[in-house]
Ligand binder design. Structure first.
Ligand code: M6R
Length: 610
C-alpha cells in the first residue's frame, strides 16, 4: 500500500526520490519521508500529509546526497504522525523504508528493547531497522545482515535498507510486497512500482518472492532466501513514459474515464479475427485448456470482484459451464469444493492485491486444472505466478477509483466467455460472430457515451446534499449497479448500496422516501418490463429516480424520473457501456462535494496487505 523509492548515484538524488514519491502517491498518502547520506551522517525529513508537504519542508530546509531512500505511507500500525513516518532509523546507522505488515513485530520489539534498542515510533516497521543494525554487527556485509534479519520476520515486506557503514549500496528484500530495480548509467534505483522510475530509466529487474538484492552504482547482486546467487537480466519496460501525468485533466480519474475508448481498443488489438476470438490471446495452452474445462472459479476484490460477477452471467450464458465467483479474502480462509476440471481465474488491476494473490496460491495447491489471471500490470506477482495471463492493456491507472481497468477487464472477460464457447463449440458460429461484432463496437460506443458527460454533470447536482443512495440493476447490470455504488461511496463519501431490482420489496423498499435518490441502469433485454415495474414501486413511494438506459428502452421521463438514453451496445456489451455514466456521475458528485477524487480518504490504490 505504501510507496518506496531509493537511489544510489553520483549526483544529488533528492529530486529523483521526491518525483518518484509523487508518482507513487496513489498507493498511500498520509505521510511521507526521505533520508539521504550527507557528510558522514544520514539526514532525514518527514512530514504528515501528502508529498507536497514534504516538498515544502525540503524547500525550506534542503538536504542532498548521492544515495537515499524515500517512502509515502498508508498507515497500518500507528497513526499518521511524523514519528511514525518512514524512513525509520536504528542508532543513526541504519535507515529503513518498509511496505507490508510485520505480524510478529510485538515479540521482536520486546526482545530488542531488552537488548537496549530504543523505539521512537509505534510502527511494526521500526523493528526491521533495529534487527538489521543488530545483525550488521556480526555479519560480513549489509546483504548478509538483511538476509539474517528478514529470516526472523513473519508477514509481508518490501524493504529498502541504507547503512552508514556501507557506502554506495542499498540492500532490498522482498516478500509479499513488490520491488523493482531500475538501471541508469553509473546509477541504480529501486521502487515499489516501475512507474516511479520512468523519468530516469526504462530498464528493470523485478525481484521475486524471498529475494534479497544488493544495489551498487553499476551492478546488482541477487540472492534467494537460502542465500543462493540468482542471475537475472534487466528488461525493457513497456509502460508509456507519460503514464504518471494528468495532462490537461483536472483529475487522474477523469483522464482515465476519458481514456476508455483507447484503452479498450488496446485490449482488443490483435485478439479478434473477423468472426471469432483468437483463443491464444489467453496463452499458448489456452486452446487445449479452454476446450477441456468444465467449470470456472473466479476470485477477486473490490471493483475486480464486480467484473467477476458480470463474467458469471456471461460465462454461464455464453459458454454454458458453471462459474463460481468469490471475494478473495473470503475464499482464502474457508474450505471450498473444487469442481472437476475447473479453471481458476484471478482478476486484478494491480496484480499485487494480497488477498487475491493468496487465493491464487491456495488455488494452485487445491488441484485446479490451470490458473489464468486477467491483469493490467505486466510483470506483477499474479502474472508471474499464474499459468496463463491475459493483459488488459489499460495503461497505468493512478486514480484510486478503478475505471478503465474495470471496463478493460470486462472486455477481456467477454472475450474469454466467447473463447470458451468457441473452444467447446457450445454455441453457433453465427452467435460467436455476433458477440465479436459487439466487441468491435465498444470503443466507438464508449466515445459516444462520453459525449453525455455534461448531461450527467447536471444530474450530479441533485446528489451533492444527499447522504444515501440506492443503485438498481437486473441481470448482468446488477453487478454494474454494485460498481456504481462502490464508485459513489469511495470518492464522494455518500453511503450507497446496490440491489438486484427484484430484491427491492424484500426489505430495501422501506428506505425509499423523497430524500432517497435511486440510480437505475437498464438495458432493453428480457427483464426490462420487470425492471420498469420495480421503478414504479419506487416512484409510488416518492423516490427520485435517475435512469441510465439503452436508447431502445421504452422509459419516459417525468417529475421524479430523469432518463439519460445512451447507445449502449448489444446484448452483452451494454454492461460495459452503461458503466461509464455511473463513473461520470460519481466523479462529478465528488468534485461538487470537494472531496479528494484521486486519493480518497483512508484508501490506497494497491492493497498489498490483507
Ligand atoms: O488491483 P486490484 O484490482 O486487485 O484491486 C482490488 C480492489 O482493491 C480495487 O478494485 C478497488 O476496489 C478499486 N480501486 C475501487 O475503485
Amino acid at each position: 500500500m505504501c510507496g518506496i523509492v531509493g537511489a544510489v548515484a553520483q549526483r544529488n538524488i533528492v529530486e529523483i526520490l521526491v518525483e518518484g514519491l509523487k508518482r507513487l502517491e496513489y498507493r498511500g498518502y498520509d505521510s511521507a519521508g526521505v533520508a539521504v547520506k550527507q557528510d558522514n551522517e544520514i539526514k532525514r525529513t518527514r512530514k504528515v500529509g501528502k508529498v507536497s508537504e514534504l516538498v515544502g519542508a525540503l524547500k525550506a530546509e534542503p538536504i542532498d546526497g548521492f544515495s537515499g531512500i524515500a517512502h509515502t505511507r498508508w498507515a497500518t500500525h500507528g497513526e499518521p504522525t511524523e514519528d511514525n513516518a518512514h524512513p525509520h532509523f536504528s542508532n543513526d546507522k541504519i535507515a529503513v523504508v518498509h511496505n507490508g505488515i510485520i505480524e510478529n513485530h510485538e515479540p521482536l520489539r520486546e526482545a530488542l528493547i531488552k537488548e537496549g534498542y530504543q523505539f521512537s515510533s509505534e510502527t511494526d516497521s521500526e523493528v526491521i531497522a533495529h534487527l538489521i543494525e543488530k545483525e550488521r554487527k556480526t555479519s560480513s556485509s549489509l546483504m548478509e545482515a538483511v538476509l539474517s534479519a528478514v529470516k526472523q520476520l513473519d508477514g509481508a515486506y518490501g524493504t529498502v535498507v541504507m547503512s552508514m557503514d556501507d557506502p554506495d549500496e542499498l540492500v532490498v528484500a522482498r516478500s509479499g510486497s513488490p520491488l523493482v530495480v531500475g538501471k541508469g548509467i553509473g546509477e541504480m534505483f529501486i521502487a515499489s512500482d516501475q512507474l516511479a522510475l520512468l523519468p530516469v530509466t526504462r530498464e528493470f529487474i523485478f525481484l521475486e518472492e524471498g529475494e534479497v538484492a544488493s544495489i551498487g552504482l553499476r551492478d546488482v547482486k541477487i540472492i534467494d532466501r537460502n542465500g543462493n546467487a540468482v542471475e537475472r537480466e534487466f528488461e525493457e519496460s513497456t509502460i508509456q513514459h507519460d503514464a504518471g501525468d494528468k495532462g490537461t485533466y483536472k483529475h487522474f480519474m477523469l483522464k482515465e474515464i476519458f481514456e476508455q475508448p483507447s484503452a479498450i481498443t488496446n485490449t482488443l488489438e490483435g485478439r479478434l479475427n473477423e468472426e471469432s476470438v483468437i483463443i491464444e490471446s489467453f496463452g499458448n495452452r489456452a486452446p487445449e485448456l479452454l476446450k477441456k474445462i468444465q467449470a470456472v472459479q473466479i476470485v477477486a476484490c473490490g471493483t475486480s470482484y464486480h467484473a467477476a460477477m458480470v463474467a458469471k452471467y456471461w460465462i454461464e450464458s455464453i459458454a454454458n459451464i458453471p462459474c463460481l465467483v468469490e471475494i478473495a479474502s473470503e475464499y482464502r480462509y474457508r474450505k471450498s469444493v473444487v469442481l472437476p476440471n475447473a479453471l481458476f481465474i484471478t482478476i486484478s488491476q494491480s496484480g499485487e492485491t494480497a488477498d487475491t494473490l493468496a487465493a491464487l496460491r491456495l488455488g494452485k495447491e487445491k488441484g485446479f486444472l490451470a490458473s489464468l489471471t486477467i491483469c493490467n500490470v505486466p510483470g506483477s506477482s499474479l502474472v508471474r505466478e499464474s499459468d496463463m495471463a491475459f493483459m488488459t492493456r489499460a495503461g497505468a491507472e493512478i486514480g484510486v477509483a478503478s475505471t478503465k481497468a474495470f471496463t478493460t477487464q470486462l472486455t477481456g472477460l467477454l472475450m474469454l466467455a466467447t473463447a470458451i464457447a468457441q473452444a467447446q463449440e457450445s454455441i453457433s458460429k453465427e452467435d460467436i460472430a455476433s458477440i465479436v461484432e459487439e466487441l468491435k463496437h465498444i470503443p466507438g460506443q464508449t466515445t459516444q457515451i462520453l459525449e453525455l458527460a455534461k448531461r450527467i454533470e447536471l444530474d450530479a447536482e441533485d446528489f451533492v446534499e444527499k447522504s444515501h443512495c440506492l443503485f438498481l440493476g437486473r441481470g448482468d447490470l446488477y453487478p454494474i449497479a454494485m460498481e456504481g455504488a462502490l464508485k459513489l461511496k469511495e470518492i464522494s463519501y455518500i453511503h450507497a448500496e446496490a440491489y438486484a431490482a427484484g430484491e427491492l420489496k424484500h426489505g430495501p423498499l422501506a428506505l425509499i422516501d423523497h430524500e432517497m435518490p435511486i440510480v437505475v441502469v437498464a438495458n432493453n433485454d428480457d427483464l426490462i418490463e420487470k425492471l420498469k415495474s420495480n421503478m414504479e414501486e419506487v416512484r409510488a413511494r416518492g423516490g427520485q429516480i435517475y435512469v441510465y438506459a439503452d436508447e431502445k428502452c421504452d422509459i419516459k421521463g417525468s417529475d421524479n424520473l430523469k432518463v439519460v438514453k445512451c447507445q449502449s451496445g448489444g446484448n452483452y456489451t451494454s454492461a460495459i457501456i452503461l458503466t461509464i455514466p455511473l463513473q461520470l456521475l460519481s466523479y462529478y458528485v465528488a468534485v461538487m462535494r470537494g472531496t479528494d477524487v484521486d486519493q480518497p480518504r483512508n484508501l490506497a490504490k494497491s492493497v498489498t496487505v490483507e
